[in-house]
Write a protein that binds this ligand. Structure first.
Ligand code: CFM
Ligand code: HCA
Length: 533
């Protein structure tokens, strides 16, 4: 692994070597992870897979709320780019509901708006959208040029909110706001918290009420999680923000517990809801059989009712009886194969569990934009240096709600903690990875090519920006963002889907037959070379 790392760094100028060197580690002591350089600017000229702050705010966190109208204030490209390109799927679940996600609304800024200002255009767009659709709420997203010319989207939103009498709010999520989409997550969390959370105090009639935070229903994952929890008798008030409605979000502070799937995109919300309402949170993972079982058991333990604990065991037994034979069969072909995962800010970790289920080894992994805590665990939080790029993003000061803070919850939390139960926890990716595996933050195309040449993994989990580069080198690539039209991969049925897809991809001989034109008469395709160890 150390040689591979050196090989990757070799071509860079000295200054880049120093910077990238900190972002690429050999995981020498998994139990005490080394410090990794993360959440810093990509070196100009390096081909990165990262996105922008607008993508993280509109595309990822708020965009999936299906019955509010999302208006992109900017040139049409930004609205176009984020128009159904992420697979956060939705359906209407009750009579009278609306789903606006098939629309892409934009102010379609032109040159004269950049020169003379686009505020009038924005007010007109909100009016037009309101007249046409009469939504419950409208949210407005600023793109790079809007921030550069200084359009005051928040005043426009406030004025239109007064005029139309519906909830209208804006996000200053200009693409350049941070070093990646991660900044947009934080901006989105702040906005959802300020403008939606806590608006509706209607009681929810259910014995065990939770929210799932950081689950976006890619390929139907949230529906599978919902199915399993329903079988157990656990009620989800809101899934933030997969397949979720405006009303559910306004009401989700009525939950007993928040469980967090994607720590990177939504840890801010979990913390703020605890401070304001007293709702405790812990990390779960519904990707992989072990993670799913562990997460269900932990939720049952939190409530502590024997009836629920028993019910969860019954559900696990019944679901495992279905998926175990699938896994047993597939393992005969996947055992010992290798994988590398480079995805976003949580999946490069979560999906290791599914590969472990299949007895496959993850030889290298990394996030695109996660922070040190997602690599090394939340215990490093006090030691993370705040730089100019992160200081850019507002930190909300949150205090306990005078009437709605439920003091019984922190008491319950304390009692459970005394018995060894953990809350507000995330141990990060590196602790779970094997010794001497490679950990690479914000991997570049050059490093990916070197990795393939040296390790030739049986499959790589990544995204659209490098999928075909990888496949041209004779390695199958599973998109772990969109699932390549597949999924769900969460929960029990999702795990079975994943095993089957990976089995197909790693068992076919087609990759060995792929011969790129430049190989004609030249060197053999990578697939025929012996993998390095
Ligand atoms: Fe969280 Fe996500 Fe991810 Fe993410 Fe994303 Fe995504 Fe992702 Mo693409 S919220 S960090 S910003 S799990 S869109 S659903 S797949 S990069 S690993
Ligand atoms: C985003 C969205 C994305 C991109 C996926 C990819 C997604 O970052 O703006 O690069 O393949 O999941 O759709 O992460």
């Amino acid at each position: 692994a150390a040689t591979a790392r050196e090989e990757m760094l070799k071509v860079y100028p000295r200054k880049t070597q120093r910077k990238r060197g900190k972002q690429m580690l050999v995981n020498e002591n998994p139990a005490t992870p080394a410090e990794i350089g993360a959440n810093s600017r990509t070196v100009p000229g390096i081909i990165t897979q990262r996105g922008c702050s607008y993508a993280g705010c509109k595309g990822v966190v708020i965009g999936p709320i299906y019955d509010i109208l999302h208006i992109t204030h900017g040139p049409i490209g930004c609205g176009w780019y984020s128009w159904l390109s992420r697979r956060n799927i939705t359906k209407i679940r009750a009579d009278g509901e609306v789903n606006f996600l098939q629309y892409s609304m934009s102010t379609d800024m032109q040159e004269d708006h950049i020169v003379f200002g686009g505020e009038k255009q924005l007010a007109a767009a909100i009016q037009e959208a309101y007249d046409e659709f009469h939504p419950k709420a409208i949210s407005v997203y600023a793109t790079c040029p809007v921030g550069l010319i200084g359009d005051d989207i928040h005043t426009v939103c406030r004025q239109m909110k007064e005029k139309l009498g519906i909830n209208i709010f804006g996000f200053s999520c200009e693409g350049y706001k941070g070093v990646s989409q991660s900044a947009g997550h934080h901006i989105a969390n702040n906005g959802v918290f300020k403008h939606m959370i806590g608006l509706d105090d209607s009681p929810v009639e259910a014995k065990y009420k939770i929210n799932i935070l950081g689950e976006y229903n890619i390929g139907g994952d949230a529906w599978e999680i919902d199915r399993v929890l329903k079988l157990c008798g656990i009620h989800i008030i809101g899934t933030l923000s997969g397949g979720v409605s405006y009303d559910e979000i306004c009401n989700c502070h009525m939950a007993d517990l928040n469980v967090v799937m994607c720590h990177r995109s939504i840890n801010y919300m979990a913390e703020m809801m605890e401070e304001k309402f007293g709702i405790p949170w812990f990390k779960v993972n519904f990707i992989g059989l072990e993670g799913t079982k562990k997460s269900l058991r932990k939720i049952a333990q939190y409530f502590g009712d024997k009836e629920l604990i028993d019910r969860v065991e019954e559900v696990i037994a019944a679901e495992m009886a279905e998926v175990r034979p699938v896994l047993d069969d597939i393992r005969t072909r996947t055992t010992g194969k290798t994988a590398a995962l480079f995805v976003g800010g949580s999946r490069a970790h979560h999906y290791q569990d599914l590969f472990n289920d299949m007895d496959m080894q993850v030889i290298a992994a990394g996030y695109e934009f996660a922070h040190r805590d997602d690599y090394e665990g939340r215990d490093v939080l006090p030691h993370i240096k705040i730089d100019a790029d992160s200081r850019n993003i507002e930190e909300l000061v949150v205090t306990a709600d005078e009437t709605r803070f439920d003091a019984a919850k922190p008491e319950k939390k304390k009692a459970l903690e005394e018995s060894g139960f953990t809350f507000s926890d995330y141990e990060g990716m590196m602790r779970q990875m094997a010794k001497d595996t490679l950990v690479i933050d914000d991997i570049s195309h050059h490093e990916m090519e070197k990795l393939i040449e040296m390790y030739h993994p049986d499959v790589i989990g990544s995204g659209i920006k490098d999928k075909y580069v990888i496949e041209k080198m004779g390695v199958p690539c599973k998109q772990l963002h969109s699932y390549d039209y597949g999924g769900p991969y969460a929960g029990f049925k999702g795990a079975a889907n994943f095993y089957k897809d990976i089995d197909r991809m790693t068992s076919t001989k087609v990759w060995k037959l792929a011969r790129a034109p430049w190989h004609e008469g030249g060197s053999a395709p990578a697939a025929e070379k012996e993998p390095a160890t």
